[in-house]
Ligand binder design. Structure first.
Ligand code: RIB
Ligand code: CA
Length: 310
């Protein structure tokens, strides 16, 4: 059983990733930290609560995480996920009590309670981790592993060299990779192969259950965004990858290596540099396992099966 605390910025793919995780037998969600990223914190916090309420899971608590990056100001991509983070949908408000504790205290108490079994899943900027680490430097003793959607060995989607989550706060991402906690990294190199075609997405929507209808409402615009930016009308399920790996690791192939983050470069700001294919390796122990391949057809069938089970 994976006891996980999920930091996310819903966000359309975050929302679908949460629906998948709720149906995974090997995943117990110990809590959710809502972070700025795809939208401001107040939107991602509300979205996290309301999505859990929509799927009758108000038993899972949502806490407020980071409001902005450690350095610089947040830059919200309103055109991808909508200004409110969920394609401008207005969904019923959660009636769950609003948690007074913030994410950092909540994660630390869960980590101590689970005596080193807690794992973090990061689906947005790394700021939540950095703020947790700054408040509780001994957290590294209690976090087993961290699984992130983020980074790009080749290319980028926020700049020609950087992926959105890392670009949002490279200083925090540097702290994450230098923390001595093993990082399981799902960069664009694998998430851009972890997609649903337009027809496959329609198959999911046409199951016409609560999940299918919600996914249909969420994805009316993002497919055209991807068509414009990638030339393919595919749904790239970036944030599904780390969680689906926890339930079915055989779908992905990963490689041990060292990853560093560029937090100063003019053109390379937010770049994740990996020594996997270099004959010059970074010194010290390998800090990451980077996943580069996915069995896409099986990945889609896995997701369709989970969404159909609602
Ligand atoms: O680059 C993709 C990542 O940025 C995903 O986490 C998506 O939700 C956005 O936050
Ligand atoms: Ca995200």
């Amino acid at each position: 059983m994976h006891h996980v605390f999920i930091s996310m910025d819903p966000g359309i793919d975050d929302a679908l990733a949460l629906l998948i995780a709720l149906k995974c037998k090997n995943i117990k969600i110990e809590g959710i930290s809502a972070s700025y990223g795809n939208a401001p914190l107040e939107d991602t916090f509300r979205n996290s609560r309301d999505i859990l309420s929509m799927f009758d899971r108000e038993d899972i608590k949502v806490y407020k995480g980071a409001k902005k990056p450690l350095v610089d100001q947040p830059r919200f991509p309103g055109d991808v996920h909508g200004k409110n983070g969920i394609n401008e949908l207005q969904i019923p408000s959660s009636k769950a009590p609003v948690e007074k504790k913030d994410s950092f205290d909540a994660i630390y108490s869960a980590a101590k309670r689970l005596k080193g079994e807690l794992e973090l899943v990061m689906l947005g900027p790394s700021t939540d981790f950095a703020l947790l680490y700054l408040r509780y430097p001994d957290i590294t003793k209690y976090i087993k592993k961290i699984y992130i959607m983020g980074g790009a060995l080749l290319g980028g989607n926020r700049s020609p060299q950087a992926e959105f989550n890392i670009f949002a706060d490279p200083v925090s991402s540097e702290m994450l990779f230098d923390s001595n906690i093993k990082i399981y990294m799902f960069p664009l190199d694998v998430t851009m192969s972890s997609f649903f075609t337009e027809e496959e997405l329609q198959e999911i929507i046409k199951t016409d259950n609560k999940a299918g209808r919600f996914i249909g409402d969420l994805t009316t615009n993002i497919m055209d965004f991807y068509l414009t930016h990638t030339g393919k009308k595919y749904f790239y399920f970036h944030d599904g990858c780390p969680l689906i790996y926890l339930e079915n690791p055989s779908l992905f192939k990963g490689y041990n290596c060292t990853v560093k983050v560029e937090s100063y470069g003019k053109l390379t700001y937010g770049k994740t540099i990996c020594d996997l294919d270099s004959d010059i390796k970074f010194a010290g122990k390998k800090n990451a396992k980077v996943f580069l391949q996915v069995k896409r057809e099986e990945f889609f069938s896995f997701c369709k099966d989970k969404f159909s089970s609602y």
